[in-house]
Ligand binder design. Structure first.
Ligand code: HEM
Ligand code: HEM
Ligand SMILES: *[C@@H]1O[C@H](CO)[C@@H](O)[C@H](O)[C@H]1NC(C)=O
Ligand SMILES: *[C@@H]1O[C@H](CO)[C@@H](O)[C@H](O)[C@H]1NC(C)=O
Ligand SMILES: *[C@@H]1O[C@H](CO)[C@@H](O)[C@H](O)[C@H]1NC(C)=O
Ligand SMILES: *[C@@H]1O[C@H](CO)[C@@H](O)[C@H](O)[C@H]1NC(C)=O
Ligand SMILES: *[C@@H]1O[C@H](CO)[C@@H](O)[C@H](O)[C@H]1NC(C)=O
Ligand SMILES: *[C@@H]1O[C@H](CO)[C@@H](O)[C@H](O)[C@H]1NC(C)=O
Length: 404
């Protein structure tokens, strides 16, 4: 029981959680050692892909050009075929327009590091090959070292101050799992959120990175949790209530209230989660998750139709009530399946770790087990009644008895 002040405090704490700006994340010890070896003073953990970044900057007094020494690294993983880092002269950090350094992992364990000009053609799927870029890059070296556990490259960049601003430098990073090693051609990276969020605007004079998108991390968690609870848990519980507690095998006087209650709360929560999803999708407009979005719209449309059942249900004794019930039940089961698919889809997009997946599999497992037990119980009861009294055959598991 919440008093209203408690409720206000709770809501404020919750809101502040949603809008906290990512704190500066310091590097791991292993990566920090690598930056020290290169005399780099600044080091930060980047927001995604486990990447880390070390740098020094220094402004040349004669020609004002900005000299930046960088070290970029990603934890070693057998599947990684290329790692990339680059700066973008445009007005926002994004893939297209990035002047990139890409290291391609060779079979003999070395890293071939080159410069690449990433363009719209790259995004459309044209091959990306080493090329000239406007930036003067020196001392380009890279390695896939087992001792540090990182795949890294380092370089010195000479940035033109009329194009780049060290206090607001747009940089992006990326990791890919497929490459043509001979042609030095990286292939498309995975289309996951982590790979799309791998951009930020950094103030190199302090080592703080501002980035669009990561502010949404909490909101995405809320989106996931609310959807899993609303669509993924309460709706199936409501269906279980309706199927097993209407009259057979167990008659629960208040089954109808409980069923409708569950469906209404589930629907309201789910719709909130859906709306948060739409908002998230709108604010990150340079990429979209089409399948997730389509399934979501399908789910919202048809659950709304199911909810209208509350009002539009034909009367108990109407001739077509039987068909209507079949339709309502069939759509209900189909929705549960689509919801499960979309929850897994959402988890796949988010992919922070496997916790989400196992949590949801746990929920599905428990619901499945309950259903199984009730189903077995139903049939057991049905057969034992069948022996006693053949007249009761009408009370088959799919009985269409309705509330009065
Ligand atoms: C190798 C060939 C590459 C292909 C075919 C490719 C393709 C794509 C596509 C199609 C998207 C957008 C997905 C959507 O809008 O739904 C995307 C996004 C992105 N890619 Fe790549 N990419 C490639 C290489 C790179 C490289 C080398 C980098 C880093 C230097 C990179 C960084 C990014 C980032 C940060 C995004 C997020 C959205 C954006 O900023 O535009 N990609 N990529
Ligand atoms: C059945 C339940 C769900 C529905 C109806 C739903 C709905 C949506 C919608 C409408 C979008 C916007 C898509 C776009 O415009 O590109 C979205 C985005 C997203 N959803 Fe879901 N979602 C569900 C479950 C989940 C779950 C369980 C997770 C993760 C645990 C998840 C993670 C995401 C993420 C990460 C995005 C992208 C946010 C962004 O673009 O910044 N969703 N969802
Ligand atoms: C600026 O001066 C530094 C040191 O003298 C030199 O290394 C660099 O190439 C110069 N940059 C440009 C753009 O001329
Ligand atoms: C490793 O392979 C690459 C490309 O095949 C080659 O350029 C490089 O010299 C090789 N390095 C060693 C140490 O064998
Ligand atoms: C790199 O690509 C951009 C288009 O995104 C183009 O304007 C620029 O001239 C290219 N740079 C070089 C060195 O070719
Ligand atoms: C960069 O390479 C040049 C030779 O190309 C070398 O003289 C210089 O010491 C190198 N600098 C660093 C920081 O490794
Ligand atoms: C790194 O580890 C892999 C597998 O553990 C091994 O095959 C490879 O030879 C090692 N490379 C170096 C440079 O130690
Ligand atoms: C970058 O950081 C410095 C030092 O804190 C600060 O003076 C400067 O205003 C910052 N620049 C931007 C664009 O925020």
């Amino acid at each position: 029981m919440f008093s209203s002040t408690k409720l206000v405090c709770f809501s404020l704490a919750f809101l502040s959680l949603l809008f906290t700006i990512e704190a500066y994340d310091s590097c791991t010890d292993q990566f920090h050692d690598l930056t020290l070896k290169r005399n780099l003073k600044n080091c930060k953990k980047l927001a995604t892909l486990g990447a880390e970044f070390g740098w020094n900057h220094h402004i040349e007094s004669q020609n004002k050009s900005i000299l930046v020494d960088i070290l970029f690294g990603v934890p070693q993983d057998a599947g990684i075929k290329w790692i990339a880092w680059g700066v973008n002269p445009g007005n926002r950090p994004q893939m297209v327009g990035t002047r990139a350094i890409i290291g391609i992992v060779q079979n003999n364990g070395t890293l071939s590091v080159n410069k690449y000009n990433v363009t719209t053609h790259t995004k459309l799927g044209c091959e990306l090959l080493p090329s000239k870029i406007e930036i003067d890059v020196r001392n380009l070296t890279g390695e896939t070292s087992n001792s540090s556990g990182y795949i890294t490259f380092s370089a010195r960049l000479d940035l033109d101050p009329s194009v780049y601003n060290v206090e607001m430098l747009n940089h992006v990073w990326q990791v890919g799992y497929d490459a043509d090693q001979e042609a030095l051609e990286p292939k498309m990276h995975p289309p996951n959120l982590q790979n799309f969020d791998s951009t930020e605007t950094i103030n190199m004079t302090v080592g703080e990175g501002r980035s669009i998108g990561h502010h949404h991390r909490h909101l995405r968690m809320v989106h996931g949790i609310v959807n899993i609870v609303g669509w993924g848990t309460l709706l199936p519980i409501g269906v279980i209530l309706a199927r097993y507690f209407r009259s057979f095998p167990v008659k629960l006087e208040r089954w109808f209230c409980l069923h409708v209650g569950c469906q209404i709360v589930g629907y309201v929560l789910g719709t909130t989660g859906w709306a948060i999803g739409l908002w998230l999708g709108r604010t990150s407009k340079h990429y979209n998750f089409h399948t997730h979005r389509l399934l979501a719209i399908f789910i919202f449309t048809f659950t709304t139709l199911q909810m209208l059942a509350l009002r539009l249900r034909p009367k108990q004794h109407d001739d077509y009530r039987k068909y209507w019930d079949m339709y309502h039940h069939f759509l209900g089961y189909a929705l549960l399946a689509v919801i499960a698919v979309n929850v897994f889809h959402g988890i796949g997009i988010m992919k922070p770790n496997n916790t989400w997946k196992w949590a949801y599999i746990g929920i599905l497992g428990v619901l499945g087990l309950i259903t199984l037990v009730l189903e077995i119980f139903t049939w057991a009861k049905f057969f034992s009644m069948d022996k006693k009294d053949t007249k009761d055959k009408k009370e088959a598991p799919d009985t269409q008895n309705q509330p009065t």
